[in-house]
Write a protein that binds this ligand. Structure first.
Ligand SMILES: [Zn+2]
Length: 323
């Protein structure tokens, strides 16, 4: 178990979620025992669910998270989506302000290569009623996310060292809201990409909404006992609806080693059929109001080895909630 490493005892909730499923906890990084670059180890900082906003010192919080992450000397940063606090329902002026804060803060505070994943909160105006949008605006919908991140489309792949990284766009429209799956164009692209990837090149997939995660079940309040006897409920849009299809694709390819996600703001590790699924908390914690179900504001540190193994830890950066 390359990924397993001793560390401080996590809290009970996290421990239960992680039991027997792989590495967790501060201190795991020490187990890697390799200087970055010297042996082809890639250090990836995964900062998801930043939810930057003018309130509660979030801009300073984002800066603190990037400073903390870069003190670890990562080779690259991936933001995992929901980088701004809800342009899905925001009016024009608010959306413009959030975009400016994110872009300015990123430009000022991030000095390593960065790739972006799109989250539901990065999509402008899909709730037309609340946002007051017509749908004809030049930056409506996912075009806002492309502008926010300076990219031509909301999914892409790239290679770094021995690894291939696949940044997926989970979010699809559903009425005035959204759900999570890959549309046909993206799905076909992913199938081709996995087929074309050499067998010796391990793949790390990053999506905003978890493809598979126990947090999709544990998020929120426990279900009332009266519901016992009915099907286990996965909260709406907390997990990909095409999870079984994607997992089968990853399993049969034999190349996908790690899938990182955010969205639920919780942390878990699931390992099945040689694929690890890690949900990686939130930079904003409880949307800048502290911890969510015991998970403090933080981000993922992943050391990826050329042989396809990796070490992951969830690093907190000491952020205290402000009024
Ligand atoms: Zn989200």
């Amino acid at each position: 178990m390359h990924e397993h490493a001793p560390g401080p005892r996590p809290d009970r909730r996290t421990f239960l979620a992680a039991a027997g499923l792989g590495a967790l906890a501060a201190g795991a990084r020490a187990a890697a025992g390799a200087a970055p670059g010297a042996t082809g180890v890639i250090r990836l900082a995964h900062l998801t669910d930043i939810h930057v906003q003018p309130e509660r010192g979030a801009e300073a919080g984002m800066a603190a998270a990037f400073a903390h992450a870069q003190s670890w000397k990562p080779d690259l940063v991936v933001t995992g989506g929901d980088s701004v606090m809800d342009v899905f329902e925001a009016k024009r002026g608010r959306a413009d302000e959030l975009r400016r804060i994110f872009r300015d803060t990123l430009r000022r505070e991030c000095s390593v290569p960065v790739h972006h994943v799109t989250g539901n909160h990065d999509i402008f105006g899909w709730n037309r009623g609340k946002s007051g949008t017509a749908g004809t605006e030049a930056d409506w919908g996912k075009r806002f996310a492309c502008d926010l991140f300076g990219v031509p489309r909301t999914w892409h792949s790239f290679d770094h060292g021995a690894w291939r990284f696949v940044c997926l766009d989970s979010v699809q429209p559903k009425g005035d809201g959204y759900t999570a799956f890959l549309d046909d164009e993206q799905h076909d692209w992913l199938v081709r990409l996995l087929a074309e990837t050499p067998a010796e090149r391990p793949i790390c997939v990053v999506s905003h909404v978890p493809i598979m995660s126990l947090t999709a079940i544990t998020y929120g309040k426990p279900r009332p006992r009266e519901q016992n006897g009915t099907d286990t409920i996965i909260n709406l849009a907390e997990m990909h609806t095409d999870a079984t299809v994607l997992h089968e694709l990853f399993k049969s390819s034999g190349k996908v080693r790690l899938c990182l996600s955010g969205h639920t703001h919780l942390v878990d590790h699931c390992r099945i059929d040689g694929v690890a699924y890690v949900c990686d908390g939130a930079v904003s914690g409880a949307w800048w109001r502290g911890s969510v179900q015991g998970i403090a504001p933080g981000y993922g540190r992943v050391e990826l080895r050329p042989d396809g193994s990796f070490v992951h830890e969830y690093a907190t950066y000491g952020w205290a909630a402000r009024d």
